[in-house]
Design a protein. Structure first.
Length: 293
């Protein structure tokens, strides 16, 4: 994302993968753990970027983590735009260790909206072990850098999540969801911060009538050197079913810029509500091409 007219014609490709482990009781007596391996590709051209992601998921335990296992593998928030230099996951990634983890944001399932025509979610076996694709997503982001020749930037993202994961196995939500997201941040030479927010438009799953809601996040980063950056992110979402618990999650990360093309990031986090994983940790690796006209 550059300001000059000639740079607007430049394109860049970013490929990323990694692994994210999370564990939590989600209000139950038995814990559920998940290992998520997301694969993503992003094409940036001028002020625009388009990103496609699909995760492979392994879950052990009774919690229905369909909404938790989002395209970023259960980490982070929408926040930390690539324009910020924070080394975070990119605007609109929208996956979180706090992700809504079941039909009522308490992954044991059930329906709390009082609608007698909506059947309850079928409980999953306490000893279940399943693997497969999670829900994939496609997003487009428009970025305005250096607002008023300052370090302030603005990202606006539209995103669609597709039901490619199995709803019966708790690997997907079983519906198509839409997201409208924005992020406002300050990206200085050595440090930065951001706030983000957006609206989630959720489709109805076969067993649950879901409700639209808001989400918000905030964070900051600091460059220890030209290769290492540390940061922290907070993320909150409205529950996906009326009467559910709002997921909340906080995490910190260390990003290592190996060279101009490669970056490695380590993260750890903890949930702040019963609708979030108790803790999560992971690693991500990304490769970025040189910009081309």
């Amino acid at each position: 994302m550059m300001a000059s007219g000639s740079a607007q014609a430049q394109t860049q490709i970013t490929l990323a993968t990694g692994a994210q482990y999370s564990n939590g009781n989600y209000g139950d007596t038995t814990s559920t753990n998940a290992l998520v391996v997301p694969v993503s590709a992003r094409l940036s051209f001028g002020a625009w970027s388009v990103r496609a992601t699909i995760p492979y998921v392994t879950v052990r335990g009774p919690a229905n983590l369909g909404e938790l296992l989002d395209d970023s593998g259960g980490r982070g928030s929408n926040s930390g735009s690539g324009s910020s230099g924070s080394g975070s996951s990119g605007s609109g990634s929208s996956g979180s260790g706090s992700g809504n983890s079941g039909s009522d944001d308490s992954p044991s399932g059930g329906n709390d909206d009082g609608d007698p025509t909506t059947p309850p979610t079928v409980p999953l076996a306490a000893d279940r072990s399943v693997s497969g694709l999670g829900d994939s997503s496609l997003s487009a982001t428009w970025s305005l850098d250096s607002i008023g020749n300052s370090p302030v930037y603005l990202d606006i993202t539209g995103r669609v999540r597709f039901p490619t994961g199995s709803e019966a196995d708790g690997l997907g939500v079983g519906a198509t969801d839409y997201f409208a997201l924005t992020e406002l941040g300050y990206s200085g030479d050595r440090a930065g911060m951001f706030v983000s927010g957006g609206r989630r438009f959720l489709g109805d799953a076969s067993t649950t009538r879901r409700v639209d809601g808001w989400q918000a996040g905030a964070g900051a980063w600091f460059a220890l050197s030209h290769r290492f950056t540390i940061g922290a992110i907070y993320d909150r979402r409205d529950p996906s079913v009326a009467g559910g618990t709002a997921p909340q999650f906080v995490e910190s990360y260390l990003a290592w810029r190996v060279n101009r093309a490669w970056k490695v990031e380590f993260n750890v986090g903890a949930g702040l509500s019963d609708a979030s994983a108790d803790y999560a940790a992971g690693i991500s690796i990304s490769w970025q091409s040189a910009r081309r006209r």
